[in-house]
Design a protein around this ligand. Structure first.
Ligand SMILES: [Zn+2]
Length: 326
């Protein structure tokens, strides 16, 4: 399928800039799509490349049905190249092959477009070869560099490109994108999607990768908070040992204890885990010694602690405290 511009959510400024390039018929030969990983740069690069190759592009980019669009959709357009590193870094051979391809006579009268994704993982030799290509690009060739960390690119490469900045998305946009994602649709309840969106730092890609873990954490903590099992608490606290303290790790327990605190004080609206209202309402009437609000404050301060070992001990203490054995 050929992506239209409207498939890129929440990046209106970047898309407006790309539309202006196309509308003016003045598309730079070097473009740098910069911004956090997972905010839509690759999707936008694919949509833009398709619009460049399309014979009758419209306001929303490629038409999706002309012969060139059909070739792009089947992944067989001879003027379109998508370069991803075969190993950890793009190597000089890959850039040399790209240069050769770009300097061949173009198929039909269409431009040639190459996307390098990600372009911030390149050996110094490859970067130098790329710089040469950017300094003397073959006629009708366009290079789109997709970079999650443009600060690691050589300044000479950056200065040869027009920068198209991408920004973190609003949590609501992230949640919308997640809900429509084929891997997510119908798989996760809305509260987990919202949770992932909130802790994603505005990156749908990151939200997507955090989702399974958040769902699992929520399950585990729900069981612990509603059954209050000391053995389970120790096991959970131990799982914090070593690495793996991802940004959203405390988000699920915090949301549950927050809901318990609200429910125990008679709040009925504004529950985050709406799908778990019943088990939470039953647990809310059995508060720990310091009350659910006290538990929430304690958990909040633990979540702000620096990671790992200390946090594990504090979580253990937190649970034993809840049992009145601390
Ligand atoms: Zn078309």
């Amino acid at each position: 399928m050929v992506e239209p511009f409207s498939a890129v959510i929440g990046q209106e400024r970047a898309i407006a800039l790309l539309r202006r390039y196309l509308g003016a018929g003045a598309v730079p030969q070097g473009l740098l799509f910069s911004g956090e990983e997972g905010v839509g740069k690759e999707k936008a690069a694919r949509a833009f490349a398709a619009a460049l190759l399309c014979r009758i592009p419209g306001e929303d980019g490629a038409c999706g049905s002309c012969p060139d669009c059909r070739l792009v959709a089947s992944g067989a357009h001879p003027n379109f190249l998508f370069i991803a590193p075969e190993t950890a870094f793009l190597k000089i051979d890959e850039i040399r092959a790209l240069r050769e391809e770009l300097s061949l006579k173009a198929f039909s009268d269409r431009p040639r477009v190459a996307i390098l994704c990600p372009a911030d993982r390149m050996t110094p030799q490859a970067a130098n070869a790329l710089l040469k290509t950017l300094e003397e690009p073959p006629a009708g060739a366009h290079l789109i560099l997709v970079a999650h960390r443009s600060s690691v690119l050589m300044p000479t490469i950056v200065s040869r490109c027009q920068r198209v900045p991408f920004f973190p998305l609003a949590a609501g946009d992230v949640a919308d994108i997640l809900s429509r994602h084929p891997d997510v649709e119908g798989e996760h309840p809305r509260p987990v999607i919202l949770l992932a969106a909130r802790v994603s730092g505005g990156s749908p890609g990151r939200a997507l990768s955090l989702l399974p873990e958040l769902a699992e954490e929520r399950e585990t903590w729900l069981a612990l908070l509603t059954e209050l099992s000391p053995a389970g608490a120790v096991k959970l606290a131990e799982s914090w040992k070593g690495e793996g303290d991802t940004p959203g790790r405390m988000a699920a327990p915090l949301s549950l204890v927050r809901d318990l605190s609200l429910l125990s004080s008679g709040g009925v609206a504004d529950i985050m885990n709406e799908d778990l209202r019943e088990p939470l309402a039953s647990a809310a009437v059995h508060p720990p010694a310091n009350g659910w609000n006290g538990a929430f404050r304690e958990l909040l301060s633990i979540s702000r602690m620096p990671p790992q070992q200390q946090k594990r001990l504090m979580l253990e203490a937190f649970f034993f405290g809840m049992h009145g054995k601390g």
